[in-house]
Design a protein around this ligand. Structure first.
Ligand code: HPA
Length: 275
């Protein structure tokens, strides 16, 4: 059996020890949404460190665990803390939690992240509905023998971000009076921020925001049959678009400031999607 699939089965069997909870929506909590768990009526938690083989994040503010519970009546699993490729993990480990939640029964993956604005109209604190992504500068997480148990060798990527889910999120933002940008997210490896020339290049290529996560998870999610949607919290203007140097602290601060509104947008969107 494929070693990556065997590892997934072990993780699933471990999680199935303490809980038989079947989530409908899996929510990846990016920077600033770590406190989202307070919205969830928690049924069970599974720290990543306890699950054999599951990668554990080294980034401050990303301590990892699965939180199973209900959000406004919807069975969800929150993935609090994600691992990034720049931490040195194999891509198969970076997408392992995505595949695992599918094996636990999730049908929808709701991705959130922090990003830098490439589109010069975007400001720190803006939310961007992700309508498509560019992952061409990044190794594909599906490289290697295809895991047939999960999906097809050549998955379609015409509509990674499900148009119906995007429509529901747009409707919620309009109803709640929350300004929602939309656009194309580009994932680079990080961990350094981009150069101004790179940000200009990404703009020319059609990107509106840039970050270090999400597209690989969305790709693995489509491969294994999850419906996907995502919202990015633009935490800063991309390098060269503002006069100040970028720091992780600035990103974290902007994410924390946007958190209450982000929580509302995401919470209401999940309720709307599952109505
Ligand atoms: N670049 C890449 N990733 C990011 C940024 C950025 O400017 N801001 C937050 N995450």
């Amino acid at each position: 059996m494929d070693a990556r699939y065997e590892k997934l089965l072990k993780c699933r069997d471990y999680v199935r020890g303490p809980t038989d909870f079947v989530p409908r929506v899996a929510l990846t909590l990016g920077s600033g949404l770590g406190g989202f768990a307070s919205e969830v009526d928690v049924a069970c938690e599974a720290p990543y460190a306890d699950i054999p083989g599951l990668p554990v994040s080294t980034v401050p503010g990303h301590a990892g665990k699965f939180i199973f519970g209900t959000l406004r009546g919807v069975p969800v699993v929150c993935m609090q803390g994600r691992v990034h490729y720049y931490e040195g993990y194999e891509l198969s480990d970076v997408v392992l939690p995505t595949r695992l939640v599918r094996m636990l029964g999730a049908e929808i993956l709701f991705l959130t992240n922090a990003s830098g604005g490439v589109n010069p109209d975007f400001d720190a604190g803006d939310f961007m509905l992700i309508t498509d992504h560019i992952m061409s500068f990044f190794p594909n997480p599906l490289i290697g023998p295809n895991i047939e148990e999960l999906g097809t060798r050549f998955p379609d990527m015409s509509h990674v971000y499900d148009p119906d889910l995007c429509g529901a999120i747009r409707a919620v933002a309009a109803r709640e009076g929350i300004k929602l940008r939309e656009g194309v997210y580009c994932q680079l490896t990080g961990p350094c921020f981009e150069t101004p020339a790179e940000v200009r290049m990404l703009g020319i290529l059609g990107a509106d925001a840039v970050g270090m996560s999400t597209a690989v998870e969305a790709t693995a999610a489509r491969h294994c049959g999850l419906r996907v949607c995502g919202i990015s919290c633009v935490c800063n203007k991309g390098a060269g678009l503002s006069p100040t140097a970028l720091t992780h602290e600035e990103v974290q601060e902007a994410a924390d400031k946007a958190a209450p509104l982000f929580k509302r947008l995401v919470g209401e969107s999940i309720a709307e999607i599952c109505r």
